[in-house]
Write a protein that binds this ligand. Sequence first.
Ligand SMILES: Cc1cc2nc3c(=O)[nH]c(=O)nc-3n(C[C@H](O)[C@H](O)[C@H](O)COP(=O)(O)O)c2cc1C
Length: 381
Amino acid sequence: MTAPLTIADLKALARRRVPKMFFDYADSGSWTEGTYRANEDDFAAIKLRQRVLVDMTDRSLKSEMIGQPVSMPVALAPTGLTGMQHADGEMLAAKAAEEFGVPFTLSTMSICSIEDIASVTSKPFWFQLYVMRDRAFIENLIDRAKRAGCAALVVTADLQILGQRHKDLRNGLSAPPKFTPKHIWQMATRPQWCLGMARTKRHGFGNIVGHAKNVSDLSSLSSWTAEQFDPRLSWKDVEWIKERWNGKLIIKGILDEEDARAAADTGADAIIVSNHGGRQLDGAPSSISMLPKIVEAVGDRIEVHLDSGIRSGQDVLKAVALGAKGTYIGRPFLYGLGAMGKEGVELALNIIRKEMDVTMALCGKRDITTVDRSIIAHCPY
Ligand SMILES: Cc1cc2nc3c(=O)[nH]c(=O)nc-3n(C[C@H](O)[C@H](O)[C@H](O)COP(=O)(O)O)c2cc1C
């Protein structure tokens, strides 16, 4: 295989290098995976306006997300179990993002801990919060993120209960992995991955084990989530979280105009239009198809970001054209990580940057901050 040129190439390589249960964990949506597919398909349905004979010199993708300068408006999304795609995965991805000049968001359900990331980075990263029933643990988690100097707290609102992903159940997904003949076989056929895992001590949920009470066995993610995540979470809770955090706050998982208005009312700094990469409510619309309505409803009151389905720099550009001030990639960086470690995350970011830059130029624009709906030839939404 030649060097990966696209995110799809990185995905193919990751499939060969990551044990099946963890590759599948990334490459899955809930139930029929209809929303997971729609996220990508609906980007493809948007057509760009080709412009010619305009000055294309001195192009810039530099922008800002929640007032923070970014080399392009693309952050790494919070993803659980990233340290199972590649040993020390979160630390590698955070370093790659820092060097590239884009935000890295650490998931509550990461393998490397908040403190691990702080130890290998020199600029502030962002932290994503899942709210559990054990409020003392959550307060402590918020305080740990503060101590680590995190620059934003991303509160995920769309996972109070877990959407069912059939592949994870069929694969018997767990972290650390179980040692049944099936799992041993999946790992043994990925020797490079095993070598990496043998060299690190980080195999469990680094933010949780040793910090939350009565938590020793997190191995079954689905049963643990059902037990620990707070299904009563409400807009009221956002208030105390905001107060305790007392910093930049982003609410993730908004897919509806009414919820977007409620999010803007909280005084948060940004919302992420997201359906969790098609992993929660199967049958929900794609993120990109909901973006224009949500921007219309709250765009003048709160910064609007988007994730779910971005697979290229063109997709980022389309989201920006429809009003997103920033975007996030989940799977694209996970595939890069699984395929080639830190270098793969860098490659994923570079692929996206290049695609965005060339596309922007061919649409007749030189500065990402001037990109708007005028670059769209056809959009069904
Ligand atoms: C493997 C995987 C794990 C994820 N874990 C989390 C998580 O722990 N917290 C969270 O807020 N979102 C999580 N997400 C959702 C992502 O933050 C993001 O919304 C989604 O990946 C965007 O879609 P994309 O993968 O198509 O880019 C996860 C997504 C994937 C693919």
